[in-house]
Design a protein around this ligand. Structure first.
Ligand code: SF4
Length: 362
C-alpha cells in the first residue's frame, strides 16, 4: 500500500514551502502568540506558526458550517471518503469540530469502490486506516455489487475517452444509494475551493448554464426524496489542505487514478494555476463571481424527480445511470454518451434558420 506517496506537485509545493520557511525564520506569527512564524498561508499570505495555522484553518471551516447551517444537532452525517487528501482532512476536521463545538453529529465514512485495480483498492486501505484512527463506522459500496460492472471492465468495453462519464454518473448514484442504506441526513463531500472554481470555469467554457447555476451551491438537494450533499471545504484552498495534512501528519493517498486525467478539467485546472500565479485571490474571486451570477427565467431549471426504473434521484427518465447501464449490458456502451454541447446545438439551430431563409428566398 502506498501511504503518503507524495506526487511531484506536492513535492514541489512542499519544497517551496520549506524555502519560504528558511526565509521567514525570524518573522513572528501574525496571530501575536509570540511564536516564530513557520509558514505563509496561501489564502491570506499571513505568516503563522503551526498551531495558529491549525486554529485558523479549523475555525474557517467551522464558520462555513455554522454560517450556512449545514448540519443540525442529532443528525447522522456520511462523509464521502476516498482516502485522498480532501476527504481525509474533512473527516479529521469534522471529528475535531464535532467534539470541540458539540455539534452532536454521528459521523460515518462512506466509500465507493469503483473497481479500479492499482488505485481504488490501495486508497481504500487508507480509508480503513482513517476508520481506525478516527473511530468512525465505515461503509464501502462497490460498482460491482450495485451495477455488476467494475471500472476496469467498463474501460475494457468503452476505452479511455468516456470512462469518467460512467464513473461520475455511477459514483453520484452510488453515494445516494449508500446514504439511503446508512439512513443518514446528509452527505458531506470534500470539494474544496479550487474544485469549485474549476467547475465554474468549466461550465462557462462548456456553456452549461444549468450546471453553472448550481455548481457554487454549498448544499445541493435533489428534492424531497433525496439526501442533501454539503461541502464544508467550499472556501478552503487546496494548498492549505495539503499543508494541514502534512503538518498534522495525516495518512492519505495521493496517487492519481490510472484512468485519469479527465482532460477537460485538466485544462481548467492548469488555467487556474496560471492565473493564481499572477493573482492569488483568483480562486475566491471566481467562486464569488459564480455565486453572484443571475440567470434569465427562460433558462430551463433541472427538475429533479425519481427514476421510474431504479427509484433514485434523476432529472430525466430513465436516469443517466440506467441508460449507461443498459448500454453496457446490451453491448452498446456508447448509448447515452455524446450529447451535443450547447454550442453545437446553437450552431445547428443557426444552420437550420439559414436553410429556411434560403428556401423562403425562392
Ligand atoms: Fe473515475 Fe475518471 Fe476519477 Fe478515475 S479519473 S476515479 S475513472 S472519474
Amino acid at each position: 500500500m502506498m501511504k503518503f506517496k507524495i506526487t511531484e506537485v506536492v513535492v514541489t509545493f512542499l519544497s517551496r514551502l520549506y524555502c519560504n520557511t528558511s526565509l521567514i525564520m525570524v518573522v513572528l506569527c501574525k496571530a501575536n502568540c509570540g511564536n516564530k512564524g513557520v509558514l505563509k498561508r496561501p489564502k491570506t499570505s499571513d505568516v503563522l506558526c503551526k498551531e495558529c495555522f491549525f486554529k485558523a484553518f479549523e475555525l474557517e471551516i467551522h464558520e462555513t458550517i455554522t454560517r450556512n447551517k449545514l448540519f443540525k444537532s442529532g443528525q447522522r452525517v456520511a462523509i464521502a471518503a476516498s482516502g485522498g487528501k480532501d476527504s481525509t482532512v474533512l473527516a479529521h476536521v469534522m471529528k475535531v469540530l464535532n467534539e470541540r463545538y458539540s455539534y452532536n453529529l454521528k459521523l460515518i465514512l462512506l466509500s465507493i469502490d469503483e473497481g479500479i485495480t492499482g488505485y481504488r483498492d490501495d486508497s481504500l486501505e487508507t480509508v480503513k486506516q482513517n476508520r481506525d484512527d478516527y473511530q468512525m463506522e465505515l461503509k464501502i459500496l462497490s460498482y460491482e455489487e450495485l451495477y455488476g460492472w467494475t471500472m476496469d471492465r467498463i474501460v475494457e468495453q468503452i476505452g479511455r475517452s468516456n470512462n469518467c462519464t460512467f464513473c461520475g454518473v455511477f459514483r453520484r448514484q452510488a453515494l445516494d444509494r449508500g446514504a439511503k442504506m446508512l439512513e443518514v441526513d446528509c452527505v458531506a463531500t470534500g470539494h474544496n475551493a479550487d474544485d469549485i472554481a474549476e467547475t465554474v470555469l468549466m461550465n462557462i467554457l462548456r456553456g452549461d448554464i444549468a450546471r453553472l447555476r448550481r455548481c457554487t451551491d454549498i448544499c445541493t438537494s435533489g428534492g424531497e426524496d433525496s439526501i442533501p450533499r454539503v461541502k464544508p471545504l467550499k472556501y478552503t484552498y487546496e494548498k492549505e489542505i495539503v499543508m494541514y495534512a502534512h503538518f498534522k501528519k495525516l495518512v492519505y493517498f495521493s496517487t492519481e487514478c490510472i484512468f485519469a486525467p479527465n482532460a477537460y478539467r485538466g485544462h481548467a485546472r492548469a488555467f487556474l494555476k496560471d492565473l493564481e500565479k499572477v493573482r492569488p485571490s483568483v480562486i475566491m474571486d471566481i467562486i464569488h463571481s459564480g455565486e453572484q451570477m443571475r440567470f434569465k427565467d427562460t433558462i430551463k431549471k433541472q427538475i429533479r424527480g425519481i427514476c421510474q426504473t431504479c427509484g433514485f434521484v434523476s432529472s430525466c427518465q430513465p436516469c443517466k445511470a440506467c441508460i449507461l447501464l443498459e448500454g453496457l449490458n446490451r453491448g452498446l456502451p456508447k448509448l447515452g454518451i455524446g450529447k451535443k454541447s450547447k454550442g453545437d446545438r446553437m450552431k445547428a439551430q443557426q444552420d437550420l434558420e439559414k436553410l429556411h431563409r434560403v428556401k423562403n428566398d425562392f
